[in-house]
Design a binder for this molecule. Structure first.
Ligand code: GLA
Length: 354
């Protein structure tokens, strides 16, 4: 019989073993979801912009079974210091808030999820800007829905998990991560229109190699900074009289320049980043790798200078790989640490290896 979970057997088996060890139940159901890396288009999903994320091969697996008692119980292989942070960045918050939030939202949506035991194993690095929280949320949702023999459209799972993150984890995230995790196959890039909530796969040219470098920086204030940036973007939209900043025509530069200086910089980033995503899709379609690399560098400069979400460590990695001949590189995800995404020519990578 073919193996169902080929590549990820390791992680699935770890989740099931952990579940059996912690809760003694032998017949757990499993659910999984991938992490994601964003190629370009950061901090514009909640402004209604287009984004270009790609699902990773690294996954999170959840083993779930009905609990004997009346309450949900959770365990994971994460150590305390690997856990997601509270919204205000101050106190460490258990990852189980994300899992419990998804269960609460499923029950609020009248899905008859009984009290459950949940064990989590993950190959997605936590706090690295690779969507470990969306992977956890979606894996929990899929496992819990599977447990009751139900189904739910991918779009509804994405929106439910986003709501869980807003309501129970306190992060006012956009829809990019949960949508990518529920709609893209591992290794597949998608163009997502965050206003229309519609996505299409985007083929990457064979000559392009994508690399992810983890800075190792995990900023405690990440989520507080994230909420502040989102508030700035919404304030700028209000002052400019548009529902979402992505609706703003680039032609309104004089009005953008007249905003209070910080809001002007935030708005400038959003308007230009939306244009860069569209240009990046065009560059990929025409296999113009040089242009694609330039767009990554411009995106990084904008996130660093206008959006203030990069760090010196991340900037240093971008400069280093640029000096080493990469086509381009940028911070990826929410920022304040995490990973750099690097674009190189595939023949250059093969040359290095050989
Ligand atoms: C986090 C959020 C996303 C998105 C990115 C920045 O990953 O969860 O919704 O806003 O930051 O692009």
């Amino acid at each position: 019989m073919p193996r169902v979970h080929d590549v990820h057997d390791g992680c699935a088996v770890r989740a099931m073993a952990l579940h059996a060890e912690a809760f003694g139940a032998s017949h757990a159901q499993v659910g999984c979801a991938s992490g994601r890396v964003n190629l370009i288009g950061d901090h514009i999903d909640y402004a209604g912009g287009p984004v270009l994320p790609m699902a990773l091969h690294e996954q999170t697996w959840v083993a779930i079974a009905p609990a004997r008692g009346e309450v949900d119980r959770f365990t994971s292989e994460w150590r305390g210091d690997d856990q997601p942070q509270a919204a205000d960045g101050s106190d460490a918050m258990g990852w189980d808030r994300y899992a419990a939030g998804v269960l609460a939202e499923l029950r609020a949506a009248r899905r008859a999820i009984p009290p459950v035991t949940i064990a989590v194993a993950s190959d997605v690095p936590v706090g690295a800007g690779l969507s470990s929280s969306a992977a956890l949320e979606v894996a929990v949702a899929r496992a819990a829905i599977g447990l009751i023999g139900g189904t739910m459209p991918a779009r509804d799972i994405a929106l439910l998990c986003q709501r869980a993150e807003h309501m129970h984890a306190g992060t006012p995230c956009g829809i990019m991560d949960q949508w990518c995790v529920t709609h893209a196959r591992a290794g597949e890039a998608i163009l997502l229109d965050c206003a229309a909530l519609a996505s299409t796969p985007v083929a990457l040219p064979r000559g392009l190699a994508i690399d992810i470098i983890d800075s190792g920086v995990r900023h405690a204030l990440r989520d507080g900074g994230y909420a502040a940036r989102r508030a700035d973007v919404e304030a700028a939209a209000r002052l400019l009289g548009v529902a979402q900043l992505a609706d703003l025509a680039a032609a309104r530069w004089s009005e953008i320049d007249a905003l209070p200086p910080r809001l002007a910089r935030r708005a400038r980033h959003v308007v230009r980043e939306c244009a860069r995503v569209r240009a990046a899709v065009e560059a990929l379609a025409t296999e113009d790798l040089t242009r694609f690399g330039e767009l990554l560098l411009e995106s990084h400069a904008s996130l660093r200078d206008d959006f203030d979400v990069s760090t010196p460590e991340i900037d240093a990695i971008v400069e280093r790989v640029r000096g080493e001949g990469a086509l381009g590189a940028r911070m990826t995800g929410g920022g304040f640490g995490g990973c750099v995404i690097v674009a190189r020519r595939a023949d250059a990578v093969r040359g290095d290896a050989g």
